[in-house]
Design a protein around this ligand. Structure first.
Ligand SMILES: C[S@@+](CC[C@H](N)C(=O)[O-])C[C@H]1O[C@@H](n2cnc3c(N)ncnc32)[C@H](O)[C@@H]1O
Length: 328
């Protein structure tokens, strides 16, 4: 499978198969849940950061596994926070909620024994037509996880130069028909600016060859993924998180990241490996079992990578000694 295929699959998985609300009253089935909690190995007295709280599924599992632990739960989406507050109420003041992008989070002196980031959008976000993520359900062409962001997907498709659009669709959607799609967008918006998801999905479907239109995935899949990544600056904030999070860990604290497409996974893999503070614990990423993907097809493209902060802090003295030895 190419990077483009897996990137497209992620959006496809997450936008076409709504979870069964009867099976999951919270609207989002946590992916690789047992594996992530095992990786974080929560300890009584430990304090944990869930950087992508969502419906609070991973956090609930962590607190159930270790009721004496404390947790800080972060989400940039106020609606997600409201759901998580409700779900995590049984743990009372062991949980602190923060409305923030993880890239802007400032923990001060606080150090965590484990940090989890389960990237991307939740099923609640994808399946709500008014959020504008889905190319199958009509809604405003929005795609902002955080309402406070300035630029919606409609702003982007109605104002960006054709070449900028083509480049973004190619880079973040790995869409080989990016130029053709960008041209069609620009032609259509001259007649009438885009405001709805289905207007864009249909414009894309009309401009691609028939073979593509009736292919394995919807022809708008990759373009929608690209727009979502740009609107929410998903790769930039991930890089910032991976720069900052090692410093937020206590010695031997663990960082667990679940990614859903190859663009994210590539960043996670390299940043964990290159951090001088971390030792990678997962040579190969952990992926969902067949049983998990059978009950939650949206988990199909998930990959979990885990790293641990080194037990001993490098001290200035040790650093100087090592440098002296190398140069001498
Ligand atoms: C896949 S869901 C998490 C689901 C959660 N682990 C669960 O089990 O219910 C991702 C959540 O992270 C949030 N999110 C994504 N990027 C974020 C960021 N940069 N900062 C803060 N929250 C973010 C989204 O709003 C969404 O609610």
């Amino acid at each position: 499978m190419t990077a483009a295929d897996s990137a497209a699959d992620a959006s496809f998985d997450r936008s076409t198969e709504p979870p069964d609300p009867a099976a999951n009253p919270w609207g989002h089935q946590s992916v690789l849940c047992a594996e992530s909690i095992a990786a974080l190995a929560p300890q009584p007295g430990g304090i944990y950061l869930d950087a992508t709280l969502g419906a609070g599924g991973h956090s609930a599992a962590l607190l159930a596994a270790c009721p004496e632990a404390q947790l800080v739960g972060l989400d940039c989406d106020e609606r997600a926070l409201a759901i998580a507050r409700d779900r995590l109420a049984p743990w009372g003041d062991r949980v602190t909620f923060v409305h923030s992008n993880f890239a802007n989070f400032q923990p001060g002196e606080q150090r965590f024994h484990g940090i989890l980031a389960d990237l991307g959008v939740s099923s609640m976000q994808f399946d709500q037509p008014d959020r504008g993520f889905s190319f199958r359900q009509d809604g405003p062409l929005d795609m902002r996880m955080d309402d406070r962001l300035d630029q919606s997907a409609a702003d982007l498709v109605n104002t960006w130069e054709e070449v900028e659009l083509a480049n973004a669709i190619y880079q973040y959607g790995e869409e080989r028909l990016s130029r053709r799609i960008a041209r069609a967008i620009v032609e259509q918006r001259q007649r009438q600016p885009f405001s709805r998801t289905l207007e864009l999905a249909e414009a894309i479907a009309r401009c691609v060859p028939g073979k593509y239109r009736h292919g394995r995935i919807h022809p708008a899949t990759r373009t929608f993924q690209a727009l979502r990544i740009v609107v929410n600056q998903e790769l930039d904030v991930l890089e910032t998180l991976l720069d900052l999070a090692p410093d937020w860990l206590a010695p031997e604290g663990r960082l667990a990241i679940i990614s859903f497409h190859s663009l994210e996974d590539r960043i996670v893999k390299h940043r964990l490996k290159d951090s001088p503070l971390l030792q990678v614990l997962t040579k190969k990423p952990t992926i969902p079992t067949e049983a998990e993907t059978a009950t939650n097809p949206r988990a199909r493209s998930a990959k979990l990578r885990v790293a641990q902060r080194h037990p001993l802090e490098p001290t200035p003295t040790r650093d100087r000694l090592n440098r002296g030895r190398r140069s001498g």
